[in-house]
Design a protein around this ligand. Structure first.
Ligand code: SF4
Length: 496
């Protein structure tokens, strides 16, 4: 769970207010076109926020509480940008006057955590009736969730989904002008609205959505149902955003999509993800480019080539395996075999020898036996992942896998999970150990939260290093000698 709070001095990424000039007078009719319409509602919200702040005798505060993936984290930056522009002071405390939970529904325990937070925030709202609570994100695209909130969490003021996040300012206004729960959920998205305000968590690095939704329908995954069909942003809009970020001092960008390797296929003038990367690389000021997530079936030779010959694209590829058993991969609708995955990993490692390969693996998918888990362990040993995120299968209502009859009992899945985890940890430790004693460039991200004498930096291959240094180095890329290997991170020292 990440919270977004105000960091003074952070610039807004876009000044869409200029684009909307003349449309901001909240006493006029709202414009129809976007994003002018949303800037109009932001101004209107400012009035509500300042009136309520006057009435309560303090500036209104807002907290955005984020669950889930990088896409959600980026969406939360957009929510924060609108809240800040509407006059709220951002905080990370759920004590805030306005709390919005940006939810995730990929695994059931994420849903349970949200219900837990709602119970907690309800007790605060009883003491402070002026407090307002909103919910958005993937979980809200599930009709059963909306029904449950409508009946059991009646104190919630505003609910919206993933497809109309761009309308947040307008919905916020409706919330202020209504005495009922406001619910606005769209089944799909009909457009991508550009140039709304964003408040970034870090001044020196930023995520950038390059596409939304997913067309793959892996049989266990709820994402295509809650995030909709694949939609790519226009390359000009993406590159323009990267240029604007570079001008504001951003040195690292992370291009985000559920399946970035199929970027651009559905555009009016199709372009490949590798071509987009080539263009992004040309932008002065950007020193590192990351991306997330890659589907193995769509990873092209062109992309491997572009990565291999680039100084800016980070030496890290997250390539979800999910299972090493071809039989289970088929049932998962992943559309590659164990052998194809192994061949791809081999090709990547031979073209880019210093790359770090990480992965996601699910254990306990319907019908999975210990023999299937052994197949997965075989892949882990052969690919030597630098890290792997292992998950117990979570049954998501509405997906084909949830209806499969051969669900695996929890204890059997846990046994497979434990075996796999031991193997993953061993491989990752060996991989990380190979870096000991080397000097690598690290982007300094923050003062170490546990030891303020240390800075925390990230290597191109995504490994973390802690080392002594001054906070003024945050946002800079510095050479660090990797001295002590602690399994998944290093203690190091800066070199001249
Ligand atoms: S590629 Fe598969 S797992 Fe990833 S978001 Fe799409 S459907 Fe879900």
């Amino acid at each position: 769970m990440d919270n977004f709070k105000r960091r003074d001095g952070l610039p807004m990424e876009f000044d869409g207010a200029e684009a909307a000039a003349g449309a901001l007078n909240p006493d006029r009719e709202p414009p129809q076109e976007e994003p002018a319409r949303q800037y109009y509602f932001i101004e209107k919200c400012r009035q509500h926020v300042s009136e309520e702040g006057r009435r309560l005798g303090h500036p209104l505060t807002a907290a955005v509480i984020t669950f889930g993936c990088q896409m959600n984290a980026r969406d939360s930056e957009k929510l924060s940008g609108i809240l800040e522009r509407a006059g709220y002071v951002l905080t990370d405390s759920e004590e805030a006057d306005f709390v919005i939970y940006n939810t995730c529904t990929v695994r059931d325990n994420a849903n349970q955590r949200v219900y837990g937070r709602l119970g907690f925030v309800n007790s605060m709202k009883k003491k402070n009736p002026h407090k307002r609570v909103a919910l958005c994100g993937c979980m809200m695209q599930e009709p059963s969730v909306i029904e449950r909130i409508r009946t059991s969490y009646r104190f919630v003021d505003l609910i919206f989904g993933t497809h109309n996040l761009f309308k947040f300012a307008e919905l916020l206004c409706t919330m202020y002008e209504s005495d009922r729960m406001v619910i606005d959920i769209w089944r799909d998205a009909d457009r991508i609205v550009e140039e709304l305000p964003v408040t970034r968590k870090y001044p020196f690095k930023s995520g950038i959505n390059i596409m939304f939704g997913c067309d793959n329908f892996c049989s266990y995954c709820i994402v295509p149902y809650v995030r909709g069909r694949e939609r790519s942003r226009r390359p000009g809009d993406i590159l323009g955003e990267i240029r604007a970020l570079a001008a504001q001092g951003v040195v690292e960008v992370m291009l985000l999509g559920q399946n970035v390797n199929s970027y651009g296929k559905n555009l009016e003038h199709p372009i490949s993800f590798a071509q987009l990367l080539r263009e992004a690389e040309q932008i002065d000021g950007i020193e590192r480019i990351r991306f997330m997530t890659s589907h193995p079936k769509d990873l092209s030779d062109e992309l491997i080539e572009v990565m291999g010959s680039s100084d800016k694209i980070c030496r890290h590829l997250h390539l979800p395996l999910q299972s090493g058993s071809t039989r289970i991969l088929q049932a998962m609708n992943r559309r590659y075999t164990k052998e194809q995955y192994l061949a791809l990993a081999e090709k990547i490692r031979s073209r880019i020898p210093d790359i770090s390969l990480t992965t996601d693996i699910i254990v306990g998918f319907p019908g999975e036996t210990m023999a299937d888990v052994e197949e997965t362990i075989d892949v882990v040993r052969r690919v030597k992942f630098d890290n792997a995120f292992t998950f117990l299968y979570s049954r998501r209502t509405g997906t084909p896998a949830a209806a499969m009859e051969n669900q695996v009992p929890r204890e059997a899945a846990q046994a497979g999970f434990d075996r796999l985890l031991a193997c993953v940890q061993e491989t990752a430790r060996e991989q990380v150990a190979r870096l000991s004693g080397q000097t690598r460039a690290a982007l300094v991200e923050e003062v170490n939260p546990h030891d303020p004498s240390l800075l925390t930096g990230r290597l191109s291959n995504n490994i973390i290093v802690h080392f002594p240094g001054a906070a003024s180095l945050i946002g800079r890329i510095v050479p660090v000698e990797l001295l002590e290997n602690h399994g998944f991170y290093f203690i190091g020292r800066m070199t001249p």
